[in-house]
Write a protein that binds this ligand. Structure first.
Ligand SMILES: Nc1nc2c(c(=O)[nH]1)N[C@H]1C(S)=C(S)[C@@H](COP(=O)(O)OP(=O)(O)OC[C@H]3O[C@@H](n4cnc5c(=O)[nH]c(N)nc54)[C@H](O)[C@@H]3O)O[C@H]1N2
Ligand SMILES: Nc1nc2c(c(=O)[nH]1)N[C@H]1C(S)=C(S)[C@@H](COP(=O)(O)OP(=O)(O)OC[C@H]3O[C@@H](n4cnc5c(=O)[nH]c(N)nc54)[C@H](O)[C@@H]3O)O[C@H]1N2
Ligand code: SF4
Ligand SMILES: [Mo]
Length: 703
């Protein structure tokens, strides 16, 4: 056997940032395994890590810019591509105003430091209001509540699961997702450790998930009703005098008044959680020696996503579980993303609205649920050209079919992406970056969201191809051409110089050089109390009665009294599987092979009523569309709820992902509705989309 060399890096596919040990010979990967010497991930990896090899070797991964022609895609030079992009964007903006160009930045943007750091430069240069990202289909409510309560949208509380005695998990399935807004590699063992030290893990989810299976208790909740569950939890805690909030809170009495009417009995029918259960969970939570409530995407992507995150934060505060070991804590990262905006208030909400639906801006972005109509609706400010980067919004945002139609009519579209997929197939030009094992990466986001203060720099394993460019080079080339700073001697600057500077000025006085000495990652210790100093509110207090969120109570009260639609009589929710990664890793045979995962889960009683048997094909229909999909009957979903994974639907014509197309599946986002929103934050709703399901054998046509 040839002697192989070893390379250590962090996996950047999901938020767990596991340490990898990669053996290679020349430019061939021999093996990818967990790095046992990484004290944070302790050798943990999931099946996706090995797929980094598949992405590296994937013959369908683009290496050169391509232009779409009537006879297919043709390779062009970088220079030609950059010039064309700049001329088309500039012309369209000159003729129609700056807002005529839109941009969507997708999920991997935050998993690649070069992309993240250079992307914002391009967004600024575009001078457009039409900036969209995966944030408004994901964690926007977390930022909103953090801004309202802690004074900064990036001051996100992290559950200290290594020290907690009671972990309440709502709308998250970390065993499948490996955790989110909680970088915690090897979450399964961390969860087990809670139980081994006598603690409890309680899961609230409309599905009995892989996480629920490992928990001490699981309770079904009707999708979209968590806000009432949380109000009732707080009501019990106040009524039974179980509160022990720290000094640095304001609005405690006001919060008590807000929650007072929401007795467990009032909300039990609506949430589907028994009043006795709500009381019991509230008491256990409030009396545990330490406890932390954690609510992720299932809690955010619902009509009251913002309010859910507010009340969840409040629950942690009121019970004395904030800024305390085993509770909700704040990181003090080596590169502090808050440092740039310290001191000043962060007031970036509703400064402008979307053109068509008047939806509010937040953090310089508009809700992605309005992207299609901004392209389709004529008038001044209509989006005529679009840049997508790291994103596949046709599969990942509500009403993907509408977006598919919208993209088809753009005057110009350019995608910075490695594949010709459902979205990028509409582009006139695709500019493919070097990626994966070829990049340098410092995880600015997930080091800052980790359950311990950690830092790590990954160097490229393989050099990019001679003619290849990194995302940051592509961004800077386009930016410079838009701002007029481009010349024949222009050379993009590696944005990691900014990381180095931030590390040097940071709390631990590190540098990229220093981090290179720690190929297995650097552990900077457990999270430490840092409030009220780190709070960015003007009174240095946590706001329990934040203005904008409190205003939302009217909408919340009203919805409790509004009868549910009987036309679409089931509620659709989403699910993740450990071998999927949003929409983009299905061209790896080893990840997709085996049993079809894109199936609808349905409760046997719901199936029986509709004459549906397991393994048959059913039609799922919502206000916006319909799909046909195989059904599996299981009591693991709540009565009245059906579940489909997202990120599938590769059967569309023109997609150049042959393996993914073999396992095409259907897109759940051909069912999700762009009109269903958290009206306060503008976040998309994926949990509890009203649908009807029929046996394909006896389809009745509804008009
Ligand atoms: N129904 C439903 N929809 C959902 C969700 C859900 O739970 N339910 N989840 C939502 C969430 S949380 C998210 S984050 C979004 C994700 O949705 P998107 O933001 O659309 O991201 P992905 O689906 O991950 O697609 C990533 C794209 O980036 C490309 N890519 C990969 N690596 C690189 C790189 O290094 N550089 C560049 N330039 N491109 C790269 C891939 O080829 C792919 O086209 O989906 C959302 N959609
Ligand atoms: N394997 C894998 N890992 C991933 C990803 C992936 O696609 N695949 N995506 C990554 C990304 S971008 C993100 S943002 C994270 C997300 O990480 P998680 O938040 O853990 O995401 P999910 O696994 O979708 O878990 C959401 C849970 O919410 C539940 N749910 C749905 N509606 C409701 C509701 O109304 N109330 C309650 N209480 N629960 C509800 C669902 O049943 C599901 O179990 O995962 C990341 N990791
Ligand atoms: S859990 Fe996430 S970071 Fe860890 S190996 Fe899997 S994809 Fe990579
Ligand atoms: Mo996400």
């Amino acid at each position: 056997m040839t002697n192989s060399s070893v390379h250590y890096r962090a996996c950047n596919l999901c938020e767990a940032i596991c340490g990898l040990e990669i053996k290679y010979v020349g430019n061939e990967v021999v093996s990818i395994a967990g790095d046992k010497r990484d004290s944070f991930s302790r050798g943990h990896v999931c099946p996706k890590a090995v797929a980094l090899k598949d992405i590296y070797e994937d013959p369908n991964r683009l290496k050169k810019p391509v232009r779409r022609t009537t006879t297919g895609w043709e390779e062009i030079s970088w220079e030609e591509a950059f010039e064309e992009v700049a001329i088309r964007l500039k012309t369209i903006q000159a003729q129609n105003g700056t807002n005529a160009v839109g941009m969507y930045a997708g999920n991997p943007s935050v998993h690649n430091s070069g992309t993240y750091l250079a992307g914002t430069g391009l967004m600024r240069a575009l001078k457009t209001k039409n900036i969209f990202s995966a944030t408004s289909a994901d964690q926007l409510p977390h930022h909103f509540a953090a801004w309202q309560q802690f004074g900064h949208p990036f001051l996100l509380p992290i559950p200290d699961i290594d020290r907690t005695d009671f972990w309440l998990i709502m709308g998250a399935n970390p065993i499948a997702s490996n955790g989110s807004l909680m970088t915690a590699p090897d979450v399964a063992n961390r969860l087990k450790a809670i139980q081994e030290r006598g603690g409890k893990v309680v899961v609230i989810d409309p599905r009995f998930t892989e996480t629920a299976d490992k928990a001490s208790a699981h309770y079904f909740i009707r999708p979209g009703t968590d806000v009432y569950f949380l109000l009732a939890m707080l009501q019990v805690i106040f009524t039974e005098n179980l509160e022990k909030a720290p000094e640095f809170v304001s609005g405690l009495d006001e919060l008590e008044q807000i929650v007072a009417p929401f007795t467990p009995e009032l909300v039990a029918d609506h949430t589907g959680v028994a009043a006795t259960t709500i009381r019991q969970v509230a008491r256990e939570f409030a009396t545990a020696s330490s406890a932390v409530a954690y609510g992720r995407i299932g809690l955010s992507t619902q009509a009251f996503g913002g309010a859910c995150q507010w009340l969840l934060n409040a629950l942690n505060c009121v019970t004395g579980n904030v800024d305390k070991a085993g509770g909700a804590m704040f990181t003090q990262p080596a590169m502090d993303i808050l440092a740039a905006s310290k001191g000043g208030g962060y007031d970036k909400y509703n400064r402008y609205q979307s053109r068509v639906r008047r939806l509010p801006e937040f953090m310089g972005e508009l809700p992605v649920s309005t992207l299609a109509e901004e392209i389709l609706t004529e008038g001044q400010g209509q989006i005529k050209a679009l840049i997508t980067s790291c994103g596949n919004p046709i599969l990942s945002t509500p009403n993907g079919q509408q977006l598919d139609n919208a993209f088809a009519q753009l005057e110009f579209m350019v995608s910075i992406d490695i594949y010709i997929n459902e979205t990028t197939r509409h582009a006139h030009l695709i500019l493919p970056p070097a990626t994966g094992l070829e990049i340098r990466h410092y995880d600015l986001t997930f080091n800052a969201l980790a359950i311990r203060n950690v830092a790590r720099m990954s160097e490229p394993l393989f050099a990019k191809q001679a003619d290849a460019k990194y995302d940051w080079e592509i961004f800077q080339e386009i930016t410079a051409r838009l701002t007029g700073e481009h010349s024949s001697t222009f050379t993009p600057e590696d944005p990691h110089a900014k990381v180095d500077l931030a590390l040097r000025f940071g709390k631990y006085k590190l540098s990229l050089e220093e981090l290179k000495k720690h190929p297995h990652g650097l552990d900077l210790g457990a999270l430490e109390p840092c409030l009220p100093a780190r709070l960015q509110t003007s009174d240095k207090k946590i706001q329990l009665e934040p203005t904008l969120l409190t205003k939302d109570m009217k909408r919340i009260e009203k919805a409790l009294k509004t009868p549910v639609s009987s036309d679409f009589d089931l509620l659709l929710i989403n699910r993740r599987h450990v071998r999927d990664n949003n929409s983009w890793m299905h061209n790896s045979e080893r990840l997709v092979k085996g049993r079809n995962r894109c199936i609808l889960l349905m409760h046997p009683k719901d199936a029986e009523k509709r004459g549906i048997k397991t393994g048959t094909e059913v039609q799922v229909q919502s206000r916006v569309g319909q799909v046909k999909v195989e059904v599996e009957l299981t009591e693991k979903v709540m009565l009245g709820v059906v579940s489909l994974p997202h990120g599938y639907g590769h059967g569309r014509a023109g997609v150049v992902l042959p393996i993914a197309q073999k396992y095409a599946g259907v897109s759940v986002n051909d069912l999700t509705d762009e009109l269903l929103l958290d009206e306060l934050t503008g976040n998309a709703v994926f949990g509890g989309v009203p649908v009807r399901v029929q046996n394909c054998g006896n389809l009745v046509s509804f008009v």
